[in-house]
Design a protein around this ligand. Structure first.
Ligand code: NAD
Ligand code: IPM
Ligand code: MN
Length: 375
């Protein structure tokens, strides 16, 4: 294997994860063959299948392959196969573990309204036209990991469930820095979202973001919103947003909400990045995982109807951030736009368009790539 080869590890997950990831892998293989992208794709054992055959959903060899990879392509987690494993195995093989262990704290969730999709959304065309924003979600901290956590039985038999929202200066700083820098490369506008009117962790979040604004990013126009107002503003007038930075749980909720600007949750990609040099052999390499924002969608799994665009665009983010050139990433964006002009999966179907399966959408993107490559 050549020393320049980038290692891409594929973890399809469960439910519609394997269905959409198959299409993203076809796109990756197209770039390897037609654009000489130097990638080596591997498919190590993981998840419920590995648990059944090897006794663990995350064999050490798989974890090591992930740790030393250039990019992880992840499908989706969750659903009955996962629920059937013991709790400890669920945690061992889970996505939260990878995010925490590899310190992939910066989760980028871009939201763009494609011109041909403006009438596919439940929101009005005039509200979403031109939306091009990015949610930067903190991913390795907050209430997802805070201690104490758990469910206890009180002496009188009642239950008590506890989770803890906790952030430290360095955790806020590193994600805010990613967001400020992104904003600097875009329109220069950043919105920070918190719940500082109720939560001390929110007061502290806001103070730290303010401090960084004054000290390092005075050129950026910064505003703060409470999360409840932010959710309302997202559907009232999403064009007001460019870069949004927020904590783990608010980012989770706001990004599913923002997905509807694009027409479907199935459209939204994401990139989860560690700091450069966090990878074991350093040299500026990041730990990086690319996955659609949606989950395993048990309600439609196994029917071949899931929208693979979120997974395909997640590979696009891998091209942009770690694997390829900006030209490769732009080519894929154009091919996806071209495919959406022609065909639609069920979730984004509109009168007058051809309805296709998950694989049919993959075919359409591949055909568009062939048409546009070198054109
Ligand atoms: P979900 O995102 O799986 O599905 C929500 C709704 O959106 C469903 O109606 C589904 O059919 C639809 N949908 C999602 N992706 C779609 C696609 N690509 N094409 C067409 N329609 C799509 O969320 P949920 O139902 O709340 O959760 C299901 C499971 O997925 C849970 O176990 C949850 O924990 C897990 N989950 C995993 C991830 C992840 O792996 N990152 C993200 C979200 C949820
Ligand atoms: C996401 C998902 C995950 C999250 C779940 C599966 C743990 O909803 O990536 O948005 O809540 O972070
Ligand atoms: Mn989510």
């Amino acid at each position: 294997m050549s020393g320049n080869m980038r290692q891409v590890v594929v973890l399809p997950g469960t439910g519609i994860g394997p269905e959409v990831t198959t299409q993203a892998v076809r796109i990756a293989e197209w770039f390897a063959t037609k654009r000489a992208l130097p990638i080596n794709l591997s498919h190590p054992p993981a998840g419920p299948a590995a648990y059944a055959s090897l006794g663990t959903p995350m064999p050490d060899s798989t974890l090591e392959a992930l740790r030393t990879s250039d990019a992880i392509l992840y499908g989706a987690a969750g659903g009955p196969e996962i629920d059937a494993m013991p709790k400890q195995a669920q945690e061992e093989g889970g996505l939260r573990r990878l995010r925490r262990e590899f310190q992939m704290f910066a989760n980028l969730r871009p939201v763009a309204a494609h011109p041909s999709m403006l009438d596919a959304s439940t929101l009005k065309r005039e509200v979403i036209e031109g939306v091009d924003m990015i949610i930067v979600r903190e991913l390795a901290g907050g209430i997802y990991f805070g201690e104490p956590r758990g469910i206890e039985i009180l002496p009188d038999g009642r239950k008590r469930g506890v989770n803890t929202q906790v952030y430290t200066t360095d955790e806020v700083e590193r994600v805010a820095r990613v967001a400020f820098e992104l904003a600097r490369g875009r329109s220069g506008r950043l919105t920070s979202v918190d719940k500082a009117n109720v939560m001390e962790s929110g007061v502290m979040w806001r103070e730290e973001v303010e401090r960084m604004h004054k000290a390092e990013f005075p050129d950026i126009t910064l505003n703060h919103l409470y999360v409840d107002n932010a959710a309302m503003q997202l559907v009232r007038d999403p064009r007001q947003f460019d870069v949004v930075v927020t904590d783990n749980i608010f980012g989770d909720i706001l990004s599913d909400c923002a997905a509807m600007i694009t027409g479907s949750l199935g459209m939204l990609p994401s990139a989860s990045l560690s700091a450069p040099d966090a990878a074991p052999d350093a040299k500026g390499r990041r730990c990086a995982l690319f996955e659609p924002v949606h989950g395993s969608a048990p309600d439609i799994a196994g029917r071949g109807i899931a929208n693979p665009i979120g997974a395909i665009l997640s590979f696009g983010l891998a091209l942009r951030h770690v694997l390829g050139t900006p030209e490769d990433a732009k080519l894929l964006d154009r091919a996806v736009g071209d495919a959406l002009d022609r065909v639609r999966t069920a979730d984004i179907m509109q009168a007058g368009r051809e309805r296709v399966s998950t694989a049919g959408m993959g075919d359409a993107v591949l055909a568009a790539l062939d048409r546009l490559n070198g054109a």
